[in-house]
Design a protein. Structure first.
Length: 289
């Protein structure tokens, strides 16, 4: 289970921004802060970081009475990428290695994460990821595994990023690929309504994972999702949140695709913050890059 004292300070920064943005009264802000600290202290040894994030965001919703506090940001990030979709598609189609280019664009989209930062520089990130080496590069293994797989399960992460997932999925063109989203709104993670909005649902079957954590917490997922998870020959896990939930699952069918956004995960993977990673599931004690 991934949990670290630094995660507490990350929660502090995220909720401080939310408190200011939602314009809660001083009394409400103080009440929520007390509740957040108390809940963290009582549960930090039992809950993983994504589970703590879920519980704290559920508690925050009681104060601002919004089921989806990030709704505006989610639409803006989806529209931002959709407006450039044809440009990115042309870039993939004209490249010497369309799989590699689409993969890199999908990973670049992982920078869009409201839990980490309200601002991002996608163009700079795309340029960087297209012209640099992955810190861990199992992309050839991923390509080979997809080609051999009868079924592929693709675990989505954030809005905006989901549009570049769509481009990667179009490039993969696997006949039996299923895309999974969160069951309910949580931070800026993609849900079924977001998959409809960006045009993912006409492309491939889309299912909910049955839970509303910003991750994949297997013990909380639906039976439908777990059947697909257990049957899939390849599982593509996008983003740091999914990695936090699945890194220690022992499932060798998983490939993690992400931009490393914090020192905790960087240390776990043996890379640096800001690095791009394509890694097959591994034992962190015997990591082979």
């Amino acid at each position: 289970m991934i949990n670290d004292y630094r995660c507490f300070f990350c929660f502090n920064r995220a909720f401080e921004k939310l408190l200011k943005r939602e314009k809660l009264s001083s009394e409400q802000a103080l009440s929520f802060t007390h509740e957040m600290v108390q809940f963290y202290m009582e549960n930090q040894e039992e809950y993983s970081t994504p589970q703590l994030a879920r519980e704290l965001h559920l508690r925050f919703k009681k104060y601002n009475n919004q089921e989806d506090p990030y709704q505006t940001e989610k639409k803006q990030s989806n529209d931002f990428i959709l407006n450039q979709y044809q440009k990115f598609k042309a870039q993939v189609e004209s490249s010497e290695d369309s799989f590699n280019t689409a993969l890199r664009l999908a990973i670049a989209g992982n920078i869009i994460d409201a839990a980490v930062s309200e601002t991002y520089r996608l163009d700079e990130t795309i340029d960087h990821v297209l012209n640099s080496d992955f810190a861990i590069d199992h992309s050839n293994q991923l390509k080979s595994a997809i080609q051999k797989a009868q079924t592929v399960l693709y675990l989505g992460d954030n809005n905006g990023e989901i549009v570049l997932d769509k481009l990667f999925i179009e490039t993969i063109h696997h006949p039996n690929l299923v895309y999974a989203v969160r069951d309910q709104p949580i931070i800026n993670d993609a849900t079924m309504s977001d998959a409809h909005y960006v045009g993912m649902t006409p492309l491939v079957p889309v299912i909910s994972n049955g839970y509303d954590a910003p991750s994949t917490i297997l013990e909380q997922c639906s039976d439908e999702f777990l059947r697909l998870y257990n049957q899939a020959d390849v599982i593509i896990s996008k983003g740091q949140g999914n990695l936090e939930g699945l890194l220690e699952s022992g499932n060798e069918k998983i490939f993690f695709l992400l931009m490393v956004k914090c020192d905790v995960i960087a240390e776990k993977l043996g890379v640096s913050k800001g690095d791009f990673v394509v890694t097959r599931h591994f034992n962190p004690e015997t990591l082979e890059k």
